[in-house]
Design a protein around this ligand. Sequence first.
Ligand code: FES
Ligand SMILES: [Fe+2]
Length: 437
Amino acid sequence: MTSHAENELLTHVGPGTPMGALMRQYWLPACLSSELVADGDPLRLMLLGERLIAFRDSAGRIGVLDHRCPHRCASLFFGRNEEGGLRCIYHGWKFDTAGNCLDMPNLPADQDFRSKVKAKTYRVAERNGLVYVYMGERDVAPPLPALEAALCPPGEAELWARQRQCNWLQALEGDIDTSHFSFLHTGKVTIDDIDPNHLERFQYTDRAPRYHVKRTDWGTMYAAYRPATPGNTYYRFAHFAFPFWTLFPNGPLSDNVLVQGWVPMDDTHTMAFTFSWRRKTPVLSWNREGQPLPLLDRVTETLPNTTDWFGRWRPAASRDNDYLIDREAQRTISYTGINGVFPQDSAVTEGMGEISDRTLENLAPSDLMIVLTRRRLLEAAQALRDNGTIPPLVDDPELSASARSGDLIAPEDQPWLEAYDQALGEARHPEMLRAAE
Ligand code: FES
Ligand SMILES: [Fe+2]
């Protein structure tokens, strides 16, 4: 069971909290590159409970600043982004992307003290369409994450951002909980609907898998398993990687190059950033006649972005409209009556409340991965707080580069980790394909 104190420690990420300190060890996905245009509008960015402003200067450099101007705290959101810096509209002080004050035009020249004033900034990196921010205190920032899907060059991977209106951990826990897939997402799908050769068909011959779980160098992993063809086992492998990444089964392990980061905006809002290799096997979406499975859209419709702190990448189906649940569809063609995988997950994870009260849970063997992941996070946050122990992957992100999720079939007498290693050895990689071209 998760106690109240453990739940508090796991879920709060603001300045001064143990989990917030853990998150600040890492580079955090902050926004899409496309959200920032040279000399374009400044962007309100909520990250780990801090109100920040991002802007791209005339030369294309990105700055991420505390939204309060260091003069008298007017919001730099209203600033003029012009000629190599962001100018506060209150008295015209101007700052570059590093936070240096370039101009104090409301002061006589002999009173100017621009060299003594600095805006609070965080370091920024940009790679493959994603902007990362480092909110930690090191002089030299650690390396960027090395997850394979996030390393796919532009054009090789799709990248989405979608907001979830609840705490980051309960959103993440949906990705490491495979048994819900055959209920929440496909509870109405039967074995007769599925192509008889489709790898994922065993989810519909047996909806109650058993689990292996394991601590890894990068976090945790599991294999959910159930009988497949005679003498064989059907596995679904997934990973959690510090501090908020998941790799979940979304097709055969041989090419399932994807990763999802559940980045806390604050304690009750989370932004999911998802990289998915374009050449991976398409996920199960059609019945054996080639018709789309009902209400299983993979593309999430989002509302137009607004300038609000929480106005970016909001799904159109939300708690404000009961996720557009169609009760007639629920009675007839769909388990939920809610259209789309992401909104279905939103309904159940947001419906728990903004921060789920985990003391009310009755955890089952199907939750073994969730239990182990919480423990791993708790231990890492406590070790950092109590002993200064640097958590996994901060200095050695390449340890997670080989992690791969997905499903596979292996002989039932083959040990699960051996089956995983063998499949990994035969897997396809974006690099490999590019080299062959
Ligand atoms: S508050 Fe920004 S220049 Fe005065
Ligand atoms: Fe789900």
